[in-house]
Design a protein around this ligand. Structure first.
Ligand code: ADP
Ligand code: MG
Length: 261
């Protein structure tokens, strides 16, 4: 008998298939299979599962990296005791990512420091873990991107490209008012995703104040209509979490926002 080593063949095939984890686990799991009396099927399943698990987690890591989150925040880290009126069940449900398959939206409203960005990132990470592509940016950054595409005559292509991303997160709608053309570009983003793909938006302003942000009540109304038609709107309340141990109760801007609500 020649020196036939099936593990060498497995190594070769794994390399051709670009499945490095099969290469690594084949010999080790074969020994375990022999000593624990696994069937051939058990062994093959164990080897393949190493590859699939590793691929899934590297896919998730890629999606998280490409999402452009400003920082990592998880839903698990969120302290619901600090937001008693927020439904844990709703947040957990959104964490399953089912809303993405239905192209539904999520709107997070509330004063500064109440966890809007935290929840948006936490939901974004869950979405990435469940296999969805995600892109995070502030409203100002999204408008800058759309403006650049528009200036280059590539707005329709850019909107089509963005539609391939299952979840777009628009943070901080309302921190800075838009110019008229920016408002129109943003409206086009919302329209192009309507019933196709999801948005998560965060804002420190209630919907009634969005007209001021977009400089046009009609554009704002048409946009809000599309956003909330299929959406969960979560309202966060209270003092800034950032200030919780400082003895400062509210920020001046918080009082102004609350007064307008
Ligand atoms: P917002 O976007 O509403 O202004 P952030 O999400 O940026 O607020 O929250 C401010 C800081 O406080 C972040 O570091 C965030 O992780 C933290 N934070 C806010 N609310 C909570 C909470 N309920 N539980 C845990 N951390 C929170
Ligand atoms: Mg924020």
């Amino acid at each position: 008998m020649g020196a036939v080593d099936p593990l060498k063949d497995i190594e070769h095939y794994a390399q051709v298939m670009k499945a490095p984890r099969i290469r690594e686990s084949a010999a080790r799991l074969a020994e375990q299979a022999r000593s624990d009396g696994w069937s051939h099927e058990d062994y093959l399943a164990a080897v393949l599962s190493r590859e699939v698990t590793a691929r899934e987690s590297s896919g998730t890591q890629n999606r998280i990296r490409l999402a452009g989150f400003p920082t990592r925040k998880s839903l698990e880290e969120f302290n619901f005791d600090y937001q008693p009126s927020l439904s844990r069940e709703m947040v957990a449900y959104l964490g399953t990512g089912v809303f993405l398959t239905q192209a539904r939206n999520v709107v997070l409203l509330g004063p500064p420091g109440t966890g809007k960005t935290h929840l948006a990132i936490g939901l974004g990470i869950k979405a990435a873990q469940s296999g969805h592509r995600v892109a995070f940016a502030t409203a100002v950054d999204w408008v800058a991107r759309l403006k650049a595409a528009h200036a280059g005559g590539k707005l329709p292509a850019e909107l089509a490209r963005l539609r391939q991303i299952g979840l777009i997160i628009v943070d901080e709608v309302g921190y800075i008012p838009f110019e008229q053309d920016a408002a129109n570009l943003f409206f086009q983003l919302v329209s192009s995703r309507y019933e196709h793909a999801s948005l998560i938006l965060t804002s420190n302003l209630p919907f009634v104040r969005w007209g001021d942000v977009f400089g046009d009540q009609a554009v704002a109304a048409a946009m809000i209509d599309r956003i909330v038609h299929h959406a969960e709107v979560l309202t966060l309340k209270g003092a800034s979490y950032r200030l919780r141990n400082t003895g400062i109760d509210t920020l001046p801007s918080v009082r102004a926002d609350n007064a307008a609500q």
